[in-house]
Design a binder for this molecule. Structure first.
Ligand SMILES: [Zn+2]
Length: 461
């Protein structure tokens, strides 16, 4: 092809030069606009967001750089006051990428969370306000290793043994914030101090091993395949790897200095190798049906078959997300709710199924836990179960009190309806601790839909 330079070298005549001057002048009038739009295309956006609230009501914030398809999350301070150096580091990284957002490659969206434990940071302690170690509270029963399974009794700093794993896995609001925020993540870096090494998830996960090696080499820390000092149970990196999230734990050398340059080098090396380290979230086949990635992660993270039952249909995919029916719920994936707790949420099946029913409100004075929003309450076995499964997210608030009715299996049982589902009590399973179960509202709703469809097609004829 004949280039502009060849034209300029030999073929330019005065008239063409004049023409070119005019073109250049006209173009220069529009140049600011043209320049701005080119800038917008090449400079990644920066967004400040609040991703949750701590037990004592402090905001948990994040800053997003770029909007590429792969989500990489850097978690600063998890261990509160004693690890404030990681909080400082995260804030220095945020300042750096605010000034240099173009360093984030186009295939990434990078999130930096200064602290996941603002209460522990404010109170000057390792734990959250409930005295739970947040890096021992995650449900690591979900990965394929058992040595690292969640336990109330844990080894913490310096191997000190204490009952700080929490009353049950994912019991803490801060654990639930990061669990939800990682539902669509490809990679996670959990900053700690002060051992001066970098280690990957405990279960074998090749991309995590590689990420730890790359980070350690660039940051001049020691790579360790395993945390050498004791077994860590219920850790965030181990939880994340169970979902295919490439995850590592860098430990600063110092408990005072942020070691900014070293860690920036580590993060730059990870970003440069992102094509080989990070992968889009993958779906999974369950009971013969394909679960979209985020729906699969939600289903697995929030209790799997025991809570939701199995899928009953293929997912309905739409440009904005997906919707899939399970025995007990219908799960909706909504991309427009990305980075909020509502990315995946159960639909309001409880309200739908009880639309024709009236429930007398509860008496607040005699209710262990009363919700003004719905005028209903929770007590005893249903309250206990609701808290354990993150009931506010999974079932919503109660919209009835407990009452005796014929449950889905035809037996008279105690049942209670919630916005998104229903609970029933099975005394025959008391011994195995499985007495409370969700009612199969997904299956029931499917039957109602089929009956309705049959009825309307009958009427048309
Ligand atoms: Zn730590």
């Amino acid at each position: 092809m004949t280039s502009f330079y060849q034209l300029r070298a030999g073929l330019l005549r005065p008239r063409i030069v004049l023409f070119w001057l005019v073109v250049t002048f006209v173009a220069s009038c529009y140049l600011p606009i043209a320049h701005d739009s080119a800038y917008a295309q090449t400079t990644p956006p920066i967004r400040d967001l609040t991703i949750g609230t701590s037990g004592q009501g402090r905001p948990i914030n994040a800053v997003q750089f770029g909007d590429g398809p792969l989500k990489l999350v850097i978690v600063g301070d998890t261990h509160g006051g004693p690890e404030f150096a990681t909080y400082n580091l995260a804030n220095e990284l945020i300042a750096h990428f605010r000034a240099n957002p173009q360093e984030v490659p186009a295939n990434l969206r990078l999130y930096i969370i200064p602290t996941l434990n603002p209460d522990g940071l404010a109170l000057g302690m390792r734990f959250n306000a409930n005295y739970v170690d947040l890096n021992r509270n995650m449900n690591t029963f979900l990965d394929s290793c058992s040595d690292n399974d969640w336990s109330t009794t844990v080894q913490g700093a310096y191997g000190l043994v204490s009952d700080t794993g929490g009353p049950y896995p994912d019991s803490e609001v801060e654990s639930r914030v990061i669990r939800n925020f990682l539902l669509d993540a490809s990679g996670a870096i959990f900053l700690h101090n002060n051992a001066g090494l970098v280690f990957p998830a405990y279960c074998e996960h090749a991309p995590s091993n590689l990420m730890a090696q790359i980070y350690a080499e660039a940051a001049n820390y020691i790579y360790a395949r395993y945390w050498p000092n004791y077994m860590i149970t219920g850790s965030m990196a181990d939880w994340a790897s169970a979902f295919g999230i490439t995850s590592i734990t860098p430990e600063l050398v110092s408990d005072v200095d942020s070691e900014f340059e070293q860690n920036l080098a580590g993060i730059r090396a990870v970003m440069a190798a992102s094509e080989t380290l990070l992968f889009p979230p993958a779906g999974e086949s369950v009971a013969g049906f394909e679960l979209p990635p985020e729906i699969w992660r939600f289903w697995k993270a929030y209790g799997g078959e025991a809570v939701f039952g199995l899928p009953l249909e293929e997912a309905q995919i739409s440009p904005n997300g997906a919707r899939q029916r399970f025995t007990n719920v219908v799960l909706e994936l909504d991309y427009s709710a990305a980075d909020t707790p509502d990315l995946v949420r159960p639909l309001d099946l409880g309200r739908k199924v009880t639309a024709a029913q009236e429930f007398a409100p509860a008496d607040p004075a005699s209710s262990p836990l009363y919700f003004e929003q719905t005028g209903h309450s929770l007590r005893e076995a249903f309250l206990y179960y609701w808290q354990r499964i993150d009931g506010e997210r999974v079932l919503g608030l109660p919209i009835s009190e407990e009452f005796w009715t014929r449950s889905a299996d035809g037996q008279m049982r105690i049942v209670q309806y919630f916005e998104r589902g229903a609970l029933a009590y099975y005394p025959e399973f008391e011994a195995s601790g499985q007495a409370v179960k969700l009612e199969p509202l997904g299956a029931l709703d499917l039957q109602l839909d089929l009956v309705q469809a049959a009825w309307s097609s009958h009427q048309v004829r």
